[in-house]
Design a protein. Sequence first.
Length: 308
Amino acid sequence: MRKLFLLGMLFAATTSFSQVILWNGDDKEVGSDGGFWNRAEPTVVEEEDGNKCMKFTLKANPGGWADEHHNAALPVGDVDFKALRRLTMRLKMADAHNVLVQLEGKDGAYNAERIAWYDGGNGWQVLVYEFAAGPDFNKITDSGNNVLAIWPFEKTADGEGKTFYVDDIKLEGPMVNDKGILACADNSLTGEVKVTGTIGKGTYQCTWDGDWHPLSYDDYALLASKLAPEATVLNVSEAARWDEDWNVIKAKCPNITIVTSDNPTGIQQLKNTDSHADNKVYTLSGQLCTNTSAKGIYIVNGKKVIKK
């Protein structure tokens, strides 16, 4: 099975926001509480810009169960995969291939698998996986999730001796009171509502059954469905945002004030002032970029820019 068309995903330029980070290379070393299991020679390495990431080397199994060292495994504990929309991670390897992730439930209760396509070429690419859809969605719990396994060549023994790199494994989406937006009931958010995490619109695709599923997300519409009509303030100043579209929220809550920065601002003022216009350059993962000479995709003033 191979991918039919490329993934597309735009990430925000904002770096100061709260979200569920499963791995960022900095605070979970190998062998520590919450660190990667000892599969495929996990090693913390430092890139040229000083950023830490994980390096894995696929190898034959010296013992234990078959193909054990052809995947990377990260314990995830009680992370709520049902309350947020999507799992994202940065990955780099030489081969273009389907990359499978498997979420294992407590005591083997379920094994939810998702597949996304990596373009190859030893370049960093953001992969997107959907755990809020698929036939096994109702099996996934808000706690008791066990291990997230990453298979760069799907669940096979392919790729022996090859390396791959992983960084910034996150659960993306709007969060209210440190809970994913999908944990909120419709029309339940009243008064002043503070949202962190990420808010955006876009499309991507992944598979769980052998067929590729193009998926669309609109976090603005999702937020609107959770807001009560009488909600008075929506504070998104600490949320990463892209493709901002507040119309659906204003239509439902016509008197709401939307706070997009440290100073409260109404939606009309937001439209007349560009809150992204700092001309700083960020990577797709939201990191401030000091060297933009390399080819790639960057975020400038909230827009995607391709440097050839």
